[in-house]
Design a protein around this ligand. Sequence first.
Ligand SMILES: Cc1ncc(COP(=O)(O)O)c(C=O)c1O
Length: 413
Amino acid sequence: MNAKLDSTVTARPVSRETFDQVLVPTYAPAAMVPVRGAGLDLWDQSGKHYLDFTSGIAVNSLGHCHPALVEVLTRQINSLWHLGNGYTNEPVLRLALALTEATFADRAFFCNSGAEANEAALKLARKYAHTKFGAHKSRIISCFSSFHGRTLFTVSVGGQAKYTEGFEPLPPSIDHIAYNDIEAARAAIGDDVCAVIVEPVQGEGGVVPGNPEFLKELRALCDKTGALLIFDEVQCGMGRTGALFAYMGYGVTPDILTAAKALGNGYPIGAMLTTDALAQTLAVGTHGTTYGGNPLAATVALSVLETINTPAFLARVKEASVNTIAMLQGLITDYPQVFSAVRGSGLLLGLVVSDAYKGRAKDIQKAAEAQGLMVLIAGMDVVRLAPALIVSDEQIAEAGRLLRVAIDGLLKA
Ligand SMILES: Cc1ncc(COP(=O)(O)O)c(C=O)c1O
């Protein structure tokens, strides 16, 4: 029988090699294939156990298969999956109420990813300025090393040239400044700027927290010029820094906030939050997406939000952050030839490699994985840790132990 017509593919064995045969090679995934997860525990096809300090890149903040999420999702799966935007649904209405009650925002737009949330934010800003001030006010200011997604617009706004190479021509009227450079911001943000987009904590760009003075100055410059301030909290939002959203910890309120990743804990959803006045820019027919505000995604997101947004939960994130930083400081003290500094915010932390290990963050990641610890990298010089926010002190200590075994092995090699 023609393999293409063989209907028994569900039962056919697959492996990491299958990826190289039938997937577009946009990624280079690890050699092991995870098959089951619970909390921060993960098991691969061979039954080997891993402690997951990646959370699927800051997504599974309540861990894998959180029982409360499994329960609400199962209930929703048995009642209603999808309608399309000709109809609204109860879960999305409740989610919008909860998000607007919890934040500065009055209105929410839902989509399926971080890139789409940023795309909506940038389109809103362009259209708002176009309508209110005229076509000349179209320039977007972003930061070098930032990451805002992979659509052509968001990847062009992102500050990493390697991601746009070969995709030209790019959308025009986008300029970049150095992150945390107040003078550069003053020089760049003039009357022709419609939006300034910034990650309060840069994630992909190396786990670099924004300076409060920088973010405050961006707010002031936007107020002065009529530009909209967009905070991309796709990675640093939803409790990751110890505040529900990072802007709350900084005391700087944006005009538009984007969230995704942890909002759905692995169920794809993105959100753009904004004020009542600005939301009117996107009138009926101006923007949309088939799946945005899907009842399944909205059900999960509401449960995530209600679990994370309690004083006790957020206080524990801060406590776990202190304990993780202490563990990482111990590594820097004991392995100065490998690690030089720890930086970040809450449970989004970067371990910067020393000069001798420059460019070798991936080697450290692989050595940790061999010991059963999953960590991320952020560029080639930073090992990034983003454990689920429910991480226990025992798991933090175990991650430290596994990292030490991994580094000892690397040093001997
Ligand atoms: C800050 C930030 N913005 C946007 C994105 C893009 O999100 P997505 O991959 O869901 O499109 C990411 C993804 O890593 C991110 O970290």
